[in-house]
Structure formats: C-alpha cells, structure tokens
Design a protein around this ligand. Structure first.
Ligand code: ADP
Length: 392
C-alpha cells in the first residue's frame, strides 16, 4: 500500500445533491476566511492562487496555482466552478468581461467590480450620481495639480487609480516637486484630493444578492496607522443619526452600482458630514470582527450572497467588538512564535494567516468582545502586543 498527499477533492457522488462550487480569484487571508465560512455550509471552495505560499493554500483550500492575470488560466479555472468571486480588486476588467460574455457567472458583475477597481472611475460614478465624494480631479501634469492646490491648498493627497491597497499608491504631497515625482511613475494620471480634516473613518458593510435583497451591518469605526487599518471598533461610537445616515448611504450606493456579494463602503467623517472614501466589492478588513462579533460573519454572508441564498442577520453578538490587526514587527520576528502566550489572554480570538513574517506586513488579527468598547479593546490589544513582541 502506498500513500500520497491529495490536493484536489475527489469527484462528488452523483447520487446525492450536488455541493455548490465557488471559485475565488485570489488566495490570501480573505479567501482563507471564506473557506472557514464555506465548511459548515458544505460549499466546495476552490481558489486561484498566484503562488502556493498564499494564505488560503496554506489552509488546505483546494487550489489551482496559476496567474490571475492570464485569460486562459482564468478560463480554465472558471469552467470547473458554478460561480466566480474575488478576494482582491486587481484583475483585468477586460478579462472579467470576456469571462462574463462566455457565459460564466461572476459575483459581483464585472461592471460593478470596475467601479471599485479604479479610484477615478469610482469618484466619477459616485459623484455623477450625487453621492458625497471629496473634491477631486484627475491630473496627468504637475500644472493641473498646482491649479487644484491654488483652490484647495497644500498638502494634497495623490492616489494611483489602480492596484493600491493598505495605503500603497496613496501619497500626501506638500509641494509641486513631490507631486511631479509621483506623476512621473504614473503616466496615465492620478486622483488628486485635498488632505481632508478627517474626524473619523467609518465603514458600512452591505451584503446583497442578485434578487436585490440586502442587509447592512452596524457601522464600524476604522482606525488607520500608516494608512493601513490597525484597529476596528464595532459599533462605531458615533451619534445614531450619523450611523443611520452612513448605513443608508452604503445601501443606496450598492444598489446604484448594482453590486452583489459582500461590499464594504469606507466613509470619511468630517465637520461637513460624510463623504465616500472607497468601495471594496469583497469581504474587507473592516468586517473581520464579524467572525465572532456578528450573528452571520461577513465571510458566510459573502458565500450566501454569491450563491443567491438567504442572507443572515448582521446583528452584533455582544455590545461591543474590537479587532486589532497583527502586523509584522520591525525586528522581523514571527508573531506565531508567541502564539501560546497570546492564547493565555482570556477572550482574545486570535487569527493568524500563516503568512511569512515581514516588518509591516498584516499577518493576522485578534478580536475581543465585551460589555463596552474599552473592555474589548483592552483584551484585543493585550493579545496583539504579546504577538508583536511588544508586551510590557
Ligand atoms: P487604500 O486603497 O490603499 O486603502 P485609501 O484611498 O483608502 O487607500 O487611503 C488610505 C488612507 O489614507 C485612508 O484610510 C485615510 O486614512 C488616508 N486618506 C486617504 N485619502 C485621504 C484624504 N483625501 N485626506 C486625508 N486622508 C486621506
């Protein structure tokens, strides 16, 4: 008798009901957490991974390793699944349109996805529809940036229209030289905005199915450090009327662009009120608290929405939930090496993504629930400080 490691699932037994097959383009931590949600629903997930070291592959998800940039690879992947969805923005929109034209089902649709893939297109679409967006222009030359600065003052925020995440591709510029340096690397132009006096950043998560049913999660507050989400507070500590306005805005945006699946709407709160920062048409870091902190996690909701199944309750399971991201410390050490100590923190739900440790890299998160935000925050931070080697 010989034995072997099996990577692919055996064929389904044709005599029983067929398990749905969901294909995820991308294989990072979001796909890894999609899998966690797919298991109890008996949904077969398969991911397309650019690299076998990606977080979902490490978790044992059935994976095809191939380039998400290559149309033939995408085609071959699409043939074997019932529906395609995403865990990141950056897939060529032309490829997505081709897959759709060839009869594959994509959730969200390529047209909706495009709005989130390109920051300029997003500002244009939402602004034209009357949703509140920051003042903005598309600039291809330093002169255009200077003209905008004459109106709004320095500093400005310049953003690469595509491919950015966790603040990569976003730069605060103080003068024309800095603007010119950024433009030099982006010949197709940049999104230019004033540096807004942001009081808070909040996010509203919406799940929506193709028949138009939707649910909105309680609005959460996101706290950024180095333009990357560091801490997430559910529910946001803002007046109820503002939270209702944010939730309503998110639902209307999602309907306007006809998005399906799980959608995160990131919003700025300034003295003037709410404005839309950006959309993510996929599960999002601002929803990680929902694994323990909501009746239905964002990942389960995404799987349900992708398959057109009834959506679950987005209600919180505790008065407060706080999630803190685990970030690779500067000394290059791996938080996983301190996991046993962190697990001694009662009430801390530790999630590590199995990724290689590098300074500044998002490697996991910790969620804690509590009777109030302060208690939950203290528990989550205690575990994170241990993991990051920063415990006093
Ligand atoms: P990414 O797509 O990389 O997440 P964002 O456009 O969301 O980038 O910007 C990242 C962070 O930078 C935001 O969460 C916010 O903290 C800050 N930021 C972005 N735009 C502005 C702005 N116009 N004014 C002030 N801060 C901004």
């Amino acid at each position: 008798m010989s034995s072997e490691i099996v990577h692919a699932r055996p064929a389904q037994d044709e005599s029983g009901p067929r398990r749905p097959r969901v294909g995820v383009l991308g294989a990072g931590q979001l796909a890894r957490m999609d899998q966690q949600a797919a298991i109890p629903l008996a949904v077969d997930l398969r991911v397309l991974a650019n690299d076998p070291s990606e977080a979902a592959v490490l978790a044992g998800v059935e994976a095809v390793v191939g380039s998400t940039d290559d149309l033939d690879t995408l085609r071959a992947f699409a043939v074997d699944v019932d529906v395609l969805t995403f865990e990141f923005e950056g897939i060529d929109p032309e490829h997505l349109r081709t897959l759709e034209a060839e009869g594959h089902r994509l959730v969200p649709s390529p047209a909706a996805k495009l709005v989130a893939q390109d920051k300029l297109h997003q500002r244009q679409t939402l602004g034209d529809a009357g949703f509140p967006v920051p003042p903005w222009i598309r600039a291809t030359s330093a002169d255009e940036v200077v003209a905008f600065a004459e109106q709004h003052g320095w500093p400005l925020v310049l953003k690469a229209p595509r491919g950015g995440y966790d603040g990569r591709g976003v730069q605060v510029v103080d003068d024309v030289d800095e603007a010119a340096a950024m433009l030099a690397g982006l010949p197709d132009g940049v999104l230019v905005e004033p540096k807004l006096p942001i009081e808070r950043e909040v996010a509203a998560l919406v799940a929506r199915t193709a028949d138009g049913s939707s649910v909105v999660y309680p609005v959460v507050e996101t706290v950024q450090r180095h333009a990357m989400l560091r801490e997430l507070i559910a529910p946001a500590e803002i007046p109820a009327a503002l939270a209702d306005e944010a939730a309503d805005l998110a639902r209307r945006i999602v309907e306007h662009i006809d998005a399906t699946g799980l959608i995160a709407v990131e919003l700025f709160v300034t003295a003037e009120g709410l404005s839309v920062n950006e959309l993510a048409l996929r599960p999002h870091n601002s929803g990680h608290y929902s694994i323990e902190g909501a009746v239905t996690s964002q990942f389960e909701q995404h799987v349900r929405a992708v398959l057109g199944w009834p959506l679950g309750s987005p209600a919180l399971t505790a008065p407060a939930a706080v999630t803190v991201n685990v970030v690779g410390p500067d000394d290059g050490s791996d938080p996983a090496s301190r996991l046993p100590q962190a697990l001694a923190v009662e009430g801390a739900h530790v999630h590590l993504y199995g990724k290689g440790a590098r300074p500044g890299r998002k490697l996991g998160h910790v969620t804690a629930l509590g009777p109030d935000v302060e208690t939950a925050r203290a528990t989550a931070w205690r575990a994170v400080k241990i993991l990051e080697g920063d415990a006093a």
